[in-house]
Design a binder for this molecule. Structure first.
Ligand SMILES: Nc1ncnc2c1ncn2[C@@H]1O[C@H](COP(=O)(O)OP(=O)(O)OP(=O)(O)O)[C@@H](O)[C@H]1O
Length: 511
């Protein structure tokens, strides 16, 4: 595939400025860039979701000036979005043929033929589950495999994957990376791979292009590159600035009294969790998919029913609703910002300041103060574009995450317990370092603590004082923040036959 001079603007906002790229058969081509660089817009042009203003896309010897989703598939490009586009109630076979059913001359679906073709496709992608089961019974990784089989059904020349591992466990990630490597190197497919996770790039990509501010900065073979070059390419800054922030671990505050005490705290029928968290502490939560990690933070935010002891800053609380939790100083940034936390039609400034208007007012609104507070939060997070009036849904994924994080990380947010579910998913490497710094500063204020769920062990190591490891909704370990991935993974494996595992504590006064 050859992309030549591809351009796209939204009003005055020039998003793609004449992108030139060569995507070669049998290669995995990683596309990197800071949040808002234009990666999703470029993918949108290739898959027919976005109409370019100028430029051409040549696939299979034919040159196009833009696509519809159908014509993109016909031309030979297939895309897999981070939010899978499958129908959960249908089986893998039905999903693969959705919209392209094989029919007899009488209009009935050729079920046996569909099953046979789907089985072949699923075999090719290494599926190990019954293709006639509804997708609800499959794991996220298995659904991803169905999505790839569905794409292969259209016999694409180019397969585009947009942050495909964001919702996968590390085992599932390994399986997916193995699969796309096979598809490229053995089947000759050209693969475009968008990610913010640089270790995935060095693990599987043959070539890397860095997109910054709507233009391709450079394209190079991965073999010539180290992580530092990638970071410099993305941030446009020498590596020292971006890297140090992720490696400075904060000492645990041993002398502080517990700020949060959970005593046999249970979320919707899950086993009880008991732990004490000190003021100033940042506690990571690690667990495989289905370990109950999201249920736990949602219950702590009053967003799902809970029972058991919950004592925050000396007060016993009943978290019967999210409103009560909020008024008690608890805030949650969920992982699915699109449906759960971003106000898509409100402006960036409203998104950040919404819970704070009363606090910032003196009985009347003070636009200058509001503007100043927004500017300072947005500036620290490198929001792009730095546009207070732009609607939430007009921001790129990573920038939307900055808006919902900034809402609570700003000075004087009134939050005592901050709960974060995958806080930097989709955030670029430079902004991630700054968000980590802001989370640390937030926790440093007296009478505050942070609990965050992360499947990114680098993030746990960089941020957490301690890590609570969950398996099957039980705490199976409480370990130091810098515990290695291998050890976390061993602890996090579910033990089907045994009872609750021994809790390993590392002797912190707050444990
Ligand atoms: N429909 C739209 N209207 C106005 N601006 C838009 C629209 N869609 C995208 N943009 C702007 O285009 C720019 C590029 O966004 P895009 O989503 O392509 O970035 P990205 O590189 O994929 O970022 P991320 O890594 O955060 O996903 C951003 O400044 C965004 O605000």
């Amino acid at each position: 595939m050859t992309i030549h001079g591809l351009s796209k603007s939204y009003g005055n906002n020039v998003v793609l400025r004449g992108v030139d790229l060569q995507i070669r058969a049998g290669r995995i081509h990683a596309l990197l860039g800071p949040n808002g660089a234009g990666k999703s817009t470029l993918l949108g042009c290739l898959s027919g979701a976005v109409r370019p203003d100028a430029g051409t896309i040549t696939v299979n010897g034919l040159t196009h000036t833009g696509f519809t989703p159908q014509s993109a598939l016909k031309a030979g490009t297939a895309i897999i979005y981070q939010h899978l586009e499958l129908v959960s109630d249908l089986s893998a076979v039905e999903n693969i043929f959705l919209g392209s059913e094989q029919r007899t001359p009488f209009g009935t679906v050729r079920k046996a033929a569909q099953r046979r073709i789907a089985s072949e496709l699923l075999d090719r992608v290494g599926a190990d589950f019954d293709p006639s089961r509804p997708l609800t019974s499959l794991t996220m990784g298995q659904k991803q495999v169905v999505e790839i089989a569905k794409a292969l059904h259209h016999r694409p020349e180019v397969l585009i994957l947009d942050e495909p591992t964001a919702a996968l466990s590390s085992r599932e990630t390994d399986i997916l990376l193995g699969l796309i490597t096979r598809l490229a190197h053995e089947s000759g497919l050209a693969i475009v791979y968008v990610t913010h996770l640089l270790r995935e790039v060095t693990a599987v990509a043959d070539e890397v292009s860095v997109l910054r501010d709507g233009s391709v900065e450079w394209t190079r073979p991965t073999a010539d590159l180290g992580i530092e070059t990638l970071i410099e390419g993305i941030t446009g800054a020498p590596v020292a600035r971006a890297a140090t922030a992720t490696s400075e671990n904060r000492p645990v505050q041993h002398d502080r009294p517990p700020l949060l005490e959970l005593a046999d705290f249970r979320a919707s029928g899950a086993p009880g969790v008991s732990v004490r968290i000190g003021a100033g502490e940042i506690v990571g939560v690690f667990g495989l998919l289905g370990s109950g990690r999201t249920n736990l933070v949602e219950a702590l935010a009053g967003a799902r029913p809970s029972e058991g002891g919950f004592r925050l800053a000396g007060s016993d609380l009943r978290l019967s609703s999210p409103g009560i939790a909020r008024r008690s100083g608890i805030a949650l940034v969920p992982s699915d910002r699109k449906s759960q936390s971003l106000f898509s039609s409100l402006s960036a400034q409203e998104n950040v300041l919404m819970p704070h208007y009363r606090r910032l007012s003196r009985g009347w609104r003070r636009p200058r103060v509001e503007q100043h507070v927004f500017d300072s939060v947005a500036g620290r997070m490198s929001l792009h574009p730095m546009s207070a009036g732009l609607a939430g849904d007009r921001f790129s994924g990573g920038n939307a995450q900055k808006l919902v994080m900034g809402r609570w990380l700003m000075d004087g947010s009134g939050v005592t317990l901050l709960l974060l579910d995958e806080p930097t998913q989709g955030v670029d490497v430079g902004a991630r370092a700054e968000l980590h710094r802001m989370i640390r500063e937030f926790a440093r204020e007296s009478e505050r603590a942070v609990i965050f769920v992360s499947s990114d062990v680098e993030e746990l190591n960089a941020l957490a004082d301690r890590v609570v490891v969950l398996a099957e909704s039980r705490i199976v370990g409480i370990v130091p923040g810098d515990t290695a991935e291998r050890e976390l993974m061993v602890l996090a494996q579910p033990a089907p036959s045994s009872g609750p595992s021994e809790v390993r504590s590392e002797g912190n006064t707050a444990a």
